[in-house]
Design a protein around this ligand. Structure first.
Ligand code: NDP
Ligand code: 8X3
Length: 253
């Protein structure tokens, strides 16, 4: 049987690009996200391009019971997951802490930290039972540095950085690899989601420099996933050449 990758947040951006890269490499896929029609369209596009099996599960990763039920209901052969890409995540708003919207805070914390934990709790137990596995957590440069008004989003990604280290320690006795990939600015739907559908404001984030595209990050994730069994990439930070750090972007205009 082919190896299996479970990718959360596969309906857009980095997760969708990962689906294509892992399919290209011959992996069967479990793809998750809330937007079922996008998962169906992606599964059908992958099936026409690659000779791999695709399972989809649409649920809100903030809902612990939904995570347990949807992943738990997968047929047993799908639980032989080799790689879990913990990618589902988002930012909401870009405001100073004193003006922050508590609903936005809840959404980011519930998705980026708690959702990642819920999925990891289920899949790490499959991996322990299987005796192999690799968890790849998608952090951010925002998990390494803090930028003005990024407060809670940055805090969630710092939490992912800490969880990445904690998971590696806890899963070490089970031979499970744990990696974090921390991207800088990637032009996806991320800023459109952050600015709640304001496409013009989102577009401006990437003006005047060349950001990463989702494929760049997916190839970095694949690099980590494709190392030999005795090699683990603990973490990788991948940035646009024009971005030195969270707040240092070289813009040509
Ligand atoms: P996109 O907005 O393009 O994709 C985000 C994905 O997360 C979608 O598939 C979305 O699916 C899923 N998702 C969000 N909320 C939920 C939820 N409640 N339940 C299930 N799935 C959810 O953004 P990116 O591809 O850029 O982001 C992917 C990851 O990369 C995130 O963790 C982000 O923080 C991180 N990142 C992004 C960077 C960037 O500059 N773009 C840089 C550094 C890190 P759906 O809406 O269908 O549920
Ligand atoms: C997304 C990148 O710099 O906008 O994590 O926070 S950034």
């Amino acid at each position: 049987m082919a190896k299996i990758a479970l990718i959360t947040g596969a309906t857009a951006g980095i997760g969708e690009a990962c689906a294509h890269v892992f399919a290209r490499e011959g992996y069967d896929l479990i793809l998750t996200g809330r937007r079922r029609e996008r998962l169906e369209a992606l599964a059908s596009a992958i099936n026409t391009q690659y000779n791999v099996e695709v399972a989809i599960a649409s649920f809100d990763i903030r809902n612990r019971q939904a995570v347990i039920d949807n992943l738990g209901n997968l047929p047993d052969q799908w639980k032989k997951v080799n790689v879990l890409v913990n990618n589902a995540g988002l930012s909401q708003g870009l405001d100073p802490i004193q003006n922050g919207d508590a609903q936005d805070w809840d959404t980011m914390i519930d998705t980026n930290i708690k959702g990642l934990l819920y999925a990891s709790r289920v899949v790490s137990n499959w991996m322990i039972e299987n005796g192999y596995g690799h968890i790849i957590n998608i952090g951010s440069i925002a998990g390494k540095e803090v930028y003005p008004n990024g407060n809670v989003y940055c805090a969630t990604k710092h939490a992912v950085d800490a969880l990445n280290k904690g998971m590696r320690l806890d899963l070490l006795p089970h031979g499970i690899k744990v990696t974090a990939v921390h991207p800088g600015a990637v032009e996806t739907e991320f800023s459109e989601v952050r600015f709640k559908g304001d496409k013009d404001r989102a577009k401006k984030v990437y003006e005047g420099f060349e950001p990463l595209i989702a494929q760049d990050v997916a190839e970095t994730i694949w690099f980590a996933a494709s190392r030999p069994a005795h090699v683990n990439i603990n973490e990788l930070t991948v940035m646009p050449t024009a971005q030195a750090g969270a707040t240092s972007i070289f813009r040509k205009n």
